[in-house]
Design a protein around this ligand. Structure first.
Ligand code: NI
Length: 135
């Protein structure tokens, strides 16, 4: 079993807010991230595909192909967008890094046709990242 990682970066805005809570509760929980007009991050996304080496190519998955899949299903939909308003796969979801990672997983899991999607890592800052492995 080998693991192939592709890293991508994208910039996006969001506001952390749960409409089921009061304004005060939202402010208490999300603090600056609840800022009414949102704020931005330069996100780093690392997608790991796991599987066997194809003896014909020596690849698990051609990284050019993985890059294309990531751009088509994720980056083109989130880069320079506001995650609360512009991104169909995040509609109705509070765009925490956790929820974005799960949303990205769901965008990709059926579109990786060599090997299988193993993990989605999303760095929101240099020091904080979320990893989702589909369970
Ligand atoms: Ni934020």
């Amino acid at each position: 079993m080998v693991y192939v990682t592709r890293r991508e970066v994208f910039s996006a805005a969001h506001r952390l807010h749960n409409p089921e809570l009061t304004d005060q509760e939202n402010e208490d929980i999300f603090d600056k991230c609840n800022n009414y007009h949102g704020h931005g991050h330069n996100y780093i996304l690392e997608v790991v595909v796991a599987g066997e080496i194809n003896p014909k190519t020596g690849y698990l998955i051609d990284l050019k192909k993985l890059k294309k899949i990531l751009h088509e299903h994720v980056i083109s939909k989130v880069d320079h967008k506001h995650l609360n308003f512009d991104v169909p796969f995040m509609e109705g979801v509070n765009p925490t890094a956790e929820n974005i990672a799960v949303g990205i997983w769901n965008q990709l899991v059926d579109n990786i046709d060599e090997g299988r999607l193993f993990s989605v890592k999303l760095f929101e800052t240099e020091n904080n990242y979320i990893e989702y492995r589909g369970e």
